[in-house]
Design a protein around this ligand. Structure first.
Ligand SMILES: Cc1cc2nc3c(=O)[nH]c(=O)nc-3n(C[C@H](O)[C@H](O)[C@H](O)COP(=O)(O)O)c2cc1C
Ligand code: SF4
Ligand code: SF4
Ligand code: SF4
Ligand code: FES
Length: 617
């Protein structure tokens, strides 16, 4: 069906909603990256197979839906049964028959698959009551985990393309830009620049053509928000882009997708085809006379290709190298024409702003960082996964109330925000509100929203070394301060980790950081020293322990630690089995012995010992 008027969209929405309401039960199987790795595709198939053979009242094969990431990846694979919101976690293919028989046929619960609250030990049935979900507010992730990304009617049923209809029917381009500006939306890709201002500057420039680009490169280690939006709710990105195109009068858009995200490409492509078929993309969108189409570009496989000017070169088929910032890409972007480049999450948020209004959006979050922000929680945190929270929430609320705290009763040490060029914040900063400016003032940054949590077994010098190494490898090499400076900074960091550095080296690293920050050409270089600067600011004593005492307090830097077996050893033999160099000897149920001469400090014995019998000194 071609939607040739905004009224027709309204009718279609009603039909889609009716169809969904007619399904008395809906079984949502998460096919997000985490659950998929746990075999959720087989769970989906098993549901379909069983339901194809069995006749159950009100439940058909159509009741089984694949969705994007539901959020609580740590407990995947997840199956949610609507309308009750029954939440089954750590589901296996072998559990499917029981779910069908008990829950779908008889309306009973499969107790063992329900979520158990770690504190009260009570079983929680409805996922909305699980603390991980209860504290969140999902705007950009509104449909992720709720709809089948391949079903345009699922998107329409949840109000999809209604914001576009509103824009086409009743708003002038200037009004759209004004609404986005007043909402206070700041770009979710890292820099936090006002989206409305960006659109306004682009629209102002005289040109025969303007372009819209969506940045789906997401190169930060540990970040997967954009991936989950592109995979789980591709139409929201398209709708945001079309609204932007209308606002700046652009006929052509591109989505630049990270090379490692093939499923995002497939789902976006399907969404583009479906939107075109229904007259929501391409020529004469919804009969309004407005034309706009979108193409997908595969990423160049380099972190620096996420930088705006490098990305535009890459889209144009050139080498993705950044250029100096005095040329603004809103004025001279793709093919040197005015271009708006926004992040995936930024675009996915646009329809919500248009739908609910700028004032509503601006009332969420803080004065200067309005709305919500999606984060991926990774590292040493109980509830690894995907969340979205109002800006201004504290780091402590994110890490403890939503994230469930640090596993195995260990102590929190630091949280890394803002990707490789972000920074690490210590426990003393946990009560900081999460917003663009506060995080930057604290020496870190919001970045695109990857959060990596570290416990007391982390060495902060080693963390700086890891991120500096990442940046050295990803530097495009075009300018000397970044190419040579980050290389030297990393080399000095390694020297500290090896216990070979003195305090002059530390002072040199601080001076060098200033040069790299001020003289580099693009954001990779100017923020490149952040992993070092933030760790040396908050964990200076750890640097000094490596330098003065030749000790690694986190027990990580190989050259500065030794492993030894203490008298808690039960003689369980687990360590003997994993030691790759036979450095451990001992008999069953007797204290074991570790030969320092043979030990290569691989840490395998430490990892497997369940009796706290291996010390790192
Ligand atoms: C080295 C480097 C890598 C970047 N990678 C990304 C990325 O993967 N995704 C992204 O949206 N922005 C990335 N950015 C920021 C973009 O240059 C740009 O500011 C952003 O995409 C604009 O969209 P926004 O205003 O919606 O945030 C990167 C910047 C730098 C300096
Ligand atoms: S700062 Fe680094 S990544 Fe950016 S242009 Fe210079 S060398 Fe390339
Ligand atoms: S794994 Fe631990 S308890 Fe078991 S033998 Fe080794 S040191 Fe002893
Ligand atoms: S650290 Fe590695 S090499 Fe050394 S004793 Fe343990 S398992 Fe063996
Ligand atoms: S991938 Fe299933 S919950 Fe995140």
């Amino acid at each position: 069906m071609r939607i040739d008027s905004t009224e027709k969209l309204g009718q279609w929405q009603k039909e889609c909603q009716k169809r969904i309401e007619a399904q008395k039960k809906r079984v949502l199987v998460c096919l997000g990256p985490g659950c998929l790795a746990g075999g959720s595709d087989q769970i989906l198939e098993e549901f379909k197979n069983i339901l194809a053979q069995k006749k159950i009242k009100d439940v058909t094969v159509e009741s089984i839906k694949k969705t994007g990431c539901h959020g609580l990846c740590a407990r995947g694979p997840l199956v949610v049964i609507e309308p009750e919101g029954i939440f089954y976690s750590k589901v296996k293919k072998a559990n499917v028959a029981e779910i069908v028989e008990k829950t779908l046929e008889k309306g009973e619960l499969v107790e063992k698959l329900l979520y158990t609250d770690p504190e009260s030990k009570k079983k929680i049935v409805d996922y909305k009551e699980i603390p991980f979900y209860a504290r969140q507010m999902k705007l950009s992730l509104r449909n992720v985990g709720q709809i089948d990304p391949d079903s345009i009617s699922d998107y329409i049923a949840r109000g999809g393309y209604a914001a576009l209809a509103k824009v086409l029917k009743s708003m002038k381009p200037a009004k759209v830009i004004d609404e986005v500006s007043r909402s206070g939306l700041r770009g979710r890709g890292g820099g936090g620049f006002s989206t409305g201002r960006k659109w306004a500057s682009c629209a102002k420039i005289e040109s025969d053509i303007r372009y819209v680009i969506c940045n789906g490169d997401e190169g930060d280690p540990g970040a997967f928000m954009d991936r989950c939006i592109m995979e789980g709710d591709p139409h929201s990105v398209l709708e945001g882009m079309i609204i932007c195109a209308f606002a700046i009068d652009s006929p052509e858009g591109y989505i630049y997708v990270r090379e490692e995200y093939p499923l995002a490409v497939v789902n976006l492509r399907n969404a583009i085809d479906a939107a075109r078929q229904h007259g929501l993309l391409g020529k004469d969108i919804m009969g309004s006379g407005f034309d706009f189409d979108i193409k997908i570009n595969r990423g160049g496989g380099a972190f620096v290709c996420g930088e705006s000017s490098a990305l535009m070169k890459s889209v144009a088929g050139e080498v993705g190298e950044p250029r100096a910032k005095y040329v603004r890409s809103v004025a001279k972007g793709l093919h040197d024409k005015p271009t708006v480049l926004n992040n995936v999450e930024s675009f996915a948020t646009i329809p919500v702003i248009i739908d609910k209004g700028a004032d509503w959006f601006a009332s969420i979050g803080t004065k200067k960082s309005t709305g919500t922000k999606a984060f991926s929680l990774a590292g040493k945190i109980t509830n690894t996964g995907l969340i979205e929270v109002p800006m201004g929430i504290t780091l402590r609320e994110i890490i403890y109330d939503i994230g469930g705290g640090i596993p195995e009763g260990r102590k929190f040490k630091a949280v890394q925000t803002g990707g490789p060029s972000g920074g690490c914040l210590p426990e003393a900063k946990l009560d900081l509100p999460v917003d663009f400016d506060t995080l930057t003032e604290a020496g870190s940054m919001m970045g695109s929203g990857g959060m990596i949590i570290m416990d007391d077994r982390t060495c902060m010098v080693d963390v700086a070394r890891y991120f500096l190494n990442f940046l050295v490898e990803e530097s495009c090499g075009k300018c000397v301060p970044c190419r040579e400076g980050l290389y030297q900074l990393h080399k000095l960091c390694v020297k500290i980790c090896e216990g070979k550095a003195d305090e002059d080296d530390l002072a040199l690293m601080e001076r060098l950081s200033k040069v790299i920050q001020t003289a580099s050409l693009c954001g990779l270089g100017t923020s490149g020293p952040n992993p070092f600067l933030s760790t040396v600011m908050y964990f200076r004593d750890e640097y000094l322990a490596h330098i003065r005492d030749r000790k690694c307090p986190g027990g990580v830097c190989k050259e500065l630690i030794t492993y030894s077996i203490n008298d808690k050893c039960t003689g369980c033999m687990a360590c003997i089995r994993v030691c790759p160099v036979n450095a451990i000897t001992g008999e069953k149920k007797k204290l074991h012995v570790l030969d320092q001469e043979l030990c290569t400090k691989c840490g395998s014995c430490y990892a497997v010992c369940n009796f706290d019998a291996i010390d790192i000194v």
